[in-house]
Ligand binder design. Sequence first.
Ligand code: SAH
Length: 214
Amino acid sequence: MIESPEALDFTEKREHMVTTLIANGYLKTEKIIRVFLQMPRHFFVSEGERGFAYADYPMPIPGGQTISAPHMVACMTELLEPKATDKVLEIGAGSGYQAAILSRLVKKIYTVEIDENLAEFARQNLEKAKITNVEVIAGDGSKGHEVAKPYDKVIVTCATPEIFDSWLKQLKTGGILLAPVGEGFYQELTRIKKTRKGLEKAALGGCAFVPLRR
Ligand code: SAH
């Protein structure tokens, strides 16, 4: 198959993005690097923004929301320690890109999105990328997604004032939850490991996400 000049251009940009993410220490794991090299991020941004899809900053998507910067997606994907058998719950589908990256590393993803138009945007983007193991649910993710519990991993991609009980209850023992916790412009990226002995909490540094809405 002969690739169009546009597709070749995106491949070069994507390789450059990945090289930079590795050099800056955000991408470390071989199988995760492979997925970043293959996933067409330009499918997940608005049409007019495609030329910038591989720049390392967050970008606007419909509804006044943002697709997270590549280094943030890299960082969270590494911290989630994805396994091929994992069932994952994401809160905040947005563009669907984070779920798309995870889709190649885990078994199944349920991603909840409060904005119905964005839920549809994510579904269409995932379809363009031929991804079939992500289910996008329109609804309030602060309640988690009860019907498909329990989850091996929970990833929250909007700034949350607290770690809701529903998320912890729907997480398996041995599971990992990642969330930006805080109410200001900056939040603390927080990881919780649910062990037999209780919750192990770690603060991993500052980050900036759009806020969770109810
Ligand atoms: N993971 C996304 C980035 C998400 S931006 C990506 O890869 O593109 C945060 C998203 O969380 C926004 O789309 C916003 O609409 C959504 N959101 C905010 N509050 C929410 C809630 N209570 N439940 C589910 N989604 C929510």
